[in-house]
Structures are given as structure tokens and as C-alpha cells.
Design a protein around this ligand. Sequence first.
Ligand code: URA
Length: 235
Amino acid sequence: MERLDKFLTEAGVGTRSQVKQILKTGRVAVDGKAIKDGSSKIDPSVQTVTLDGDMLCGKRRMVVMLNKPEGYVTATEDPRDPTVMELLPERWKHQQLRPVGRLDKATEGLLLFTNDGELLHRLISPKKGVEKVYYARHEGNATQADVKAFAEGLTLRDGTVCLSAKLTPIGPGESMIAVCEGKYHQVRRMMASRQMTVLYLERRQEGGLTLNGLDRGCSRELTEAEVMKLEEMAD
Ligand code: URA
């Protein structure tokens, strides 16, 4: 929730004193009802604010996490498959959220979205090295030689060289993999290069954030503290 006058100033309606005058004349409506009190609290992600009947888009930055189920493609539109955008609530439709990086159609777990292009860029940049942690069920068992090869930086079957990554075997045919870049099908290809075909893949962490009990298929906005943590990681 935020103050109506602050929302109007940030939306470019005018200076604080101009906004005050505009409010006095009853030209501003929230969900169709004229509001004159600038200290009224509004939620721009669910409420519609208009000036003389024209809708205002707040410049509110949003960062959202989704627990992605399998079967959805990470794209804003797709002619064949359902997209991750369809899993976000209707009320965020006008917030111009974009997925941060991508998860494969079959991969589940933590996927971030934001409408802040600059933050998005920093989060996906390999230079910033934001860590992503995956749980994988796979064919074969990870050995100490595999752990060493991941740490040294793998060369994939097509010659692509990967940055150092952390492979942690956690049981027969089960491993955790931490990577700081996001190449196409990266984890599946890294595991395949060591003869461990991935059977199931789930992202459990990104930039220190975890799903923390969020149900599969559900999404929520990050808290201020979580956004700050993410900013620090991408700094
Ligand atoms: N690596 C993959 O291979 N797939 C994903 O979805 C994410 C990382």
C-alpha cells in the first residue's frame, strides 16, 4: 500500500503542491470513486487510479517470484504451449512483468519476474555472478571426479566452456548444482557432459532467495528485505 499523493507524483502528474491542488478539485478517482485526500492508502497493483477519467500507471517497481510447474514455457507469448505469464494473477497484467532468465518447459521451481529492466539485466549478467541452485535427479551417480570437473569449469559436448560450478552429490542419482551463469539448457548439458542425464530438475534458489514454502503454481511479490538482498547479490 502507498499514499495516493506519492503515487500521483511518481506517475508524473505534477509536483507535490500541484498534486495537492489537483486532488482538491476531485479530478482523481480510485476505482471510480473521487478521492480528495492525498494521504489515502492505495494498492496500485489491484486498484485503478484515474485523472480526469484517464488511467494512470504508477512507476512502481515490482519483483515477483513464481514456483513454476512443469509444462509451461518461459516466454511472454507462445503459439503452442502455455506460458509462465498465464500463472501470474490477472491484477498484475498491466505491470509489464518480464521473466528473469528462463527455466525449461520441464523444469520446476523458482522463477523471478520484474518490470525493472535494469535489475533484470544485472540479475542475468554472468559478470554479476548471481548464484542459482538446482536440485537434479539423474542417471548414474556423481563422483569426486565429476565434482572436480564442475569446479574447474566444464567444456560441453559442443565446445562451450562453462564457468566454475559447484556439484554436490546428495544421494544415489541425486545432486545439487550451483551455477553463476544461465546458458541454454545449462545444467542438463553440464550433467550430460559427465554421462548423467537429468531426469528431473528444480531450481531451489536464486541470489540467496528460496521459495520458502510457496506452493507449486503460486506466485507472490518479494518483500522489501528480499528485494534488498537481491540487489546486493547483483551489485
Ligand atoms: N539449466 C537447465 O538445463 N534447465 C533449466 O531450466 C535451468 C537451468
